[in-house]
Ligand binder design. Sequence first.
Ligand code: NAD
Length: 508
Amino acid sequence: MTSPNTSTCFFAQAMESFERAATLMQLHPRVRLELQEPDCEHAFYLTVDMEDRLLPLGDAEARAYAALPVSSFPAFKNVECLGDASLVLPPQALRQANVHMKDGHLRLEDGKVYRWQPGAPRRFRAWRVQHNQARGPYKGGLRFHPEANLDVFKALAAEMTWKTAIADVPFGGGKGGVEVDPNMLSRKELEALAMRYVYVAKSFLGPEFDIPAPDVGTDASIMAVMLRQYSDGEPFRHLQRGFITGKDTRIGGSEGRTQATGLGVVYCIEDFYAEKSDSIQGKRFIVQGFGNVGTYAAECLHKLGGRLLAVGDVGGYIFHPEGIDVPRLLEFMRNHPKGRMATVVDFTQARPISKEDFWKVEADILVTAALGGEITKEVAQALKVKLVAEGANGSSTPEGDSVLFGRGIELIPDIVANAGGVITSYYEWVQNRNMEFWTEEEVCRRLEKTLKRNYRIVRDIARNTPQKGEIHDSRKLCVGQSTDMRCAAMVLALRRIEAHYLLEGFSQ
Ligand code: NAD
């Protein structure tokens, strides 16, 4: 199941820093070739039965059914409303129903006219890209997204190879998913799709071979049904838990996973200041993106004495010159009115500002925790911060990077800063293998040490200062000249991957 090479823009862009680092460190030519393309690109189709739906008609169309009496569905409870405002009609809704139909249309108690669309099987495109396994099983998330495609998964799978190597966990890189808008599927359909994915891909997945995790559009509950599909019927079912990570802690997930990425960003920032005999106490910070990564990073920075001056999400940006009350903002976001998307702009104890003004806020630290490609050349020129910590993947563009470098704005790149998630996924896998359960304190202690050790090595490579420190050793990793942090991180990844090929040789 291998599709032709369709590399286009994302993958080519993602490989830019790979090529730069490979040239700088004179990566072994065969290793370079091995890493330039994935080991394997699986492309396949998934078919799933869709449930019946009621599709709302527009006012003009509905006029033709003005005389339709209201149908009643007493058993139609907890109605699932999808992204296009259609309603999922489960078969049990028809129990005791009193239905009046005309040409397949009916009126519900909300007064609206709906067209009944009978369920039918539907086909979806799916992929799993396995980039490299020199250091261990392929590892990477599963994304359910309407714009999912092979090019994106190739880029993300390669990124996982670098990230697992920098994090120094014994995994390779993989990524995959399905071209689907999860907001347009019922819960039952989504679960069926997830299970079908595992059914089709089972022969090339597994706790010792390729280990998925949540990504955009999937979550712990999807991981749970995928685990069931994978392990049901297996003779040693309990030994298969490590097939997937990002699970609920009640079924083998790791304590500390939810906050790990945000926390990891803060460990790196803490170390950035510790090196200068300074601390986060009193530092002003701004955060773009206030979801999982942004909220935990902000909460932790606040606890360490930092002051949040501005924050933004998809709804807009807010600012307070004296500092935003982080605990109150978190409470506000967690208790937002149901049925409405939470956004920081509705928090009235700070004033709204434009995105342009957000970038110009004078502060010590910017934490990115939204989307990629936000720090363009123009944004990098406008920034008034001293440190950028990339919680989000690929926040800064190559042009943005060179402006940051030129202006002396320090950068903790994504593959170093946001590796907390994948490191904790490794801890989850280890706990599953050994049938152990670690406390949150234990997870955080290990995470802090791992992140700080690798961050220090990357810093030494960037400055070309080989040394053995208290928790790190960069003596065999520097390349004889200084470079930027992103390239240095890639050098570390490639050195660690290359060691496997050089020491083990190439099988024939
Ligand atoms: P999330 O969905 O929980 O939060 C994303 C946040 O970004 C939300 O606040 C959203 O409103 C905001 N946002 C979205 N579009 C925006 C826009 N155009 N402008 C401003 N804000 C916008 O996601 P997350 O898990 O917190 O991930 C954030 C970033 O971190 C992503 O780039 C993700 O790939 C990366 N990341 C996450 C993890 C993890 O463990 N969650 C691990 C590694 C990397």
